[in-house]
Write a protein that binds this ligand. Sequence first.
Ligand SMILES: Cc1cc2nc3c(=O)[nH]c(=O)nc-3n(C[C@H](O)[C@H](O)[C@H](O)COP(=O)(O)O)c2cc1C
Length: 259
Amino acid sequence: MSSVVLAISGSLRERSFTEKMLDLCIEGMGEDLEVHKFYPHRMNIGPCTGCWSCWGRKGQGECVKKDDFEQILDVYKRADYLLLAAPLYFFDLPATVKNVVDRFFVILEPAQIRSPKGETKHPKRFGRHPKAVLISSCGFPEIANFDILRRHFHVICEHLDWKWAGEILISAAGAANAPRLFDRKYALIKKAGTELINENISQETTDSIAAPVMLAEDYRRMSTLNFAAGIMAKAEMASIAIKVMMGKDDPCSVEEKGM
Ligand SMILES: Cc1cc2nc3c(=O)[nH]c(=O)nc-3n(C[C@H](O)[C@H](O)[C@H](O)COP(=O)(O)O)c2cc1C
């Protein structure tokens, strides 16, 4: 039987890099899939208003809002995999994606119980929980920019009983337009998809995807020049790009690997 994939594509940009990462992961997961991809910003999904109706005696797990979140919830109830793909916005999820996460409140029961780890949790209304993967890209060079989002995703998984199965993170995503520079990363993202189908995404693959491709200082300069006008800016950008593509610096071997 095909595996059901619930994919959230959370970038609001038309040619989203994070969506490209999502698509490569799905490609690596193989053919035997039933994929449902959702774009929260194009859907009519209102915010959770905290009315508690879904916890009331009448509500019993039903949200009073009858909007497009129902489409996501219908797939969620059958999903084997949940791929949450979103660009980093101010060190966390874009508001449109967080809005979707908030609406999962409806799957919680009101009771507060002690978890095996000694923390307080709510029981869930469904006994079936998907394997969950975080996919994200960001514009700054340091991978540490994802620290808050990574922690946040872990907490979301813990409290919704999603089975955390890995993360695919790329910093310095502004360099993705340079020819061939990210080709190895693209192959590795497909590998991550294959690993996910077999078990979880390995640490080795996660680290290789996240590995820097250029010095942080070069990246900052290129990104700055990208928004500057004039032929001199373009020429300097090209010279940095050529240096990087010829592999003159090994970003891992210098002090400021930083990415
Ligand atoms: C509103 C906004 C907030 C952002 N916040 C961050 C941030 O906190 N850290 C960072 O490194 N990049 C940040 N970025 C850059 C994006 O994360 C980056 O360009 C990403 O690769 C875009 O992915 P996409 O092409 O899928 O939209 C921000 C961009 C926008 C528009």
